[in-house]
Design a protein. Structure first.
Length: 207
């Protein structure tokens, strides 16, 4: 564990609404996503937003509402909260630990196939500048484009992301989901980072 970057304690309190036993409010000790509310009532609408996608992967989830540090989840009546509460809390906590945004606010409504490499790269750069790096800046990290050609995106991670034990989780469960949402032309994402050379990893790898 890096002495300068202790793992933050993320407390989550779950409270089933008295007015609706199929809805549970998860109050988190830190912001999940600033602003809101952001409402998702079906899995297709959640596509590209890492946290809602992860929550909809659980059985019986009907809708998700995110507003700052509160995640309100609705379920179908056939599934009990005893089966879901711990799993939902784990998904929320895991997403926060990636440092990547939980919700992708600005998506391209219809990514246009046939775009040039330059146009695709510009779309990805806009995503990194407007969403991704803004989120992982809290972990002292940054992701940059090294190159994009013929569907292959090469990126580099720096700062707190370089050598961080959670860097691949951030990349695969957060950034990759969002990139593929706005740029389906991307068929492969390669991390070119020399993680062994990282001097200030947010979470240090076990030695």
């Amino acid at each position: 564990m890096s002495e300068g970057h202790p793992v933050p304690l993320i407390a989550i309190r779950a409270e089933v609404l008295l007015t609706d036993p199929n809805t549970c409010k998860f109050t988190v000790s830190q912001p999940v996503h600033p602003g809101g509310p952001f409402f998702f009532d079906r899995q297709e609408r959640a596509a590209g937003s890492p946290l809602p996608e992860q929550l909809f992967s659980l059985p019986g989830i009907a809708h998700v509402l995110v507003s700052d540090n509160v995640v309100t989840v609705g379920k179908v009546a056939e599934v009990e909260w005893t089966q879901l509460k711990a799993a939902i809390g784990a998904k929320i906590r895991a997403q926060l630990l990636t440092g990547a945004p939980a919700i992708l606010e600005h998506t391209s409504p219809k990514a246009t196939w046939g775009r040039s490499d330059t146009e695709v790269r510009a779309a990805i750069q806009e995503l990194l500048d407007g969403e991704v790096n803004r989120g992982i800046a809290g972990h002292g990290g940054q992701i940059s484009i090294v190159d994009y050609q013929d569907g292959k995106l090469r990126i580099a991670m720096s700062g707190g992301c370089q050598g961080c034990a959670s860097s691949q989780v951030t990349l695969r469960q957060g950034v990759e989901v969002m990139v593929r949402r706005i740029a389906p032309e991307v068929v492969e994402i390669v991390d070119t980072t020399d993680h062994a050379a990282g001097k200030t990893p947010f979470y240090e790898r076990p030695r």
